[in-house]
Design a protein around this ligand. Structure first.
Ligand code: MG
Ligand code: MG
Ligand code: MG
Length: 307
């Protein structure tokens, strides 16, 4: 038996991270690379991902808590600040991603990064070109991940290739109405009921280092704004607490309404940077940005530019 190689997505894993890890382990097996590839997760699944795995009959990947001394493939991320403990002592043997690159490696490795809507799109294309009989369940996972990351093709990150691969996977998975299936997937995570403010903020939270400043940006996607509006005060108090406890310069929660296609940003810390980045005015720790749905494309670069 060859040495185990773990495939992991980012912290606070989303559907793309988890489904891509499972699908890539499957690809490695089916394309003849070996059966020593293990899909893993580095955190708890969110309710959307749990719904998707259940829908297509997969169990959750194993939890990997420390990467030190292990061979690892990164999917759906590359930055240490978003990855596993022990990252610097792990041997990263491959990366498959669709984010900005903040990665160093002293060895030549397989690094596949493209500006597509999801990591699953890259994997879907790999399956389509190398595997004859794509498993129905795997196709369902890849379809779900594409729909999740592109917000059912509404995000500005969506490309023609995402739509094309999604449609091909839908055919294999026997999903007739792709868009309504996408909304079904997104709805599985959109309820905030029973979640503490902290759970909501950290359900999809990423850390960034902007020119020496520590910035954290969380995002939730909802289909109805009422719950989030009712709990604004609670969320902002929790953001203040996180800022103090973890010494952030700026903490942001993007509350993205996928039906209205816009985001309310709740912000604490250097709010003037948010004003400058979006030519808007933060009032009472919040600002609404119409048309903004993508953290990666419509928030991170704009904010990074003013630090
Ligand atoms: Mg992701
Ligand atoms: Mg992704
Ligand atoms: Mg995401």
């Amino acid at each position: 038996m060859n040495e185990e190689i773990y495939i992991i997505g980012h912290m606070n894993p989303d559907t793309d991270s988890i489904c891509s890890a499972i699908a890539y382990a499957e690809f490695k097996k089916q394309a003849g690379f070996g059966d020593n590839y293990i899909a893993a997760r580095i955190g708890e699944l969110n309710s959307e991902t749990a719904y998707v795995l259940d829908r297509f009959g997969f169990s959750e990947p194993v939890l990997l808590e420390d990467g030190a001394g292990k061979k690892i493939i990164l999917v759906d991320h590359n930055e240490e600040s978003q990855s596993i403990d022990g990252y610097s002592e792990a041997e990263i043997v491959e990366v498959i991603d669709h984010h900005k690159i903040n990665f160093r490696c002293s060895e030549p490795i397989f690094y596949h990064n493209e500006p597509l809507g999801s990591t699953a799109t890259i994997l879907g294309e790999m399956f389509l070109s190398c595997v004859d009989d794509i498993d129905k369940g795997v196709a369902g996972l890849l379809l779900s991940a594409i729909l999740s990351d592109t917000v059912v093709f509404r995000s500005v990150t969506t490309t023609d290739r995402d739509v094309e691969v999604a449609n091909k996977m839908a055919e294999i998975a026997k999903i007739d109405d792709v868009k309504s299936f996408g909304i079904e997937v997104k709805k599985a995570k959109s309820s905030l009921e029973g979640l503490s403010a902290k759970d909501v903020i950290f359900s999809d939270f990423k850390d960034f280092n902007f020119n020496g400043s520590k910035v954290g940006i969380g995002q939730i996607e909802i289909v109805d704004s009422k719950e989030a509006v009712d709990r604004r005060g609670e969320f902002i108090d929790e953001l203040e607490k996180i800022k103090l406890d973890e010494d952030y310069d700026l903490v942001v929660l993007m509350v993205t309404n996928i039906i209205e296609e816009g985001s309310e940003l709740m912000v604490v810390g250097l709010t003037d940077r948010v004003d400058a980045a979006f030519k808007a005015k933060v009032e009472d720790n919040r600002v609404y940005l119409k048309g903004v749905m993508s953290r990666k494309r419509q928030v991170v670069p704009q904010l990074e530019g003013v630090f």
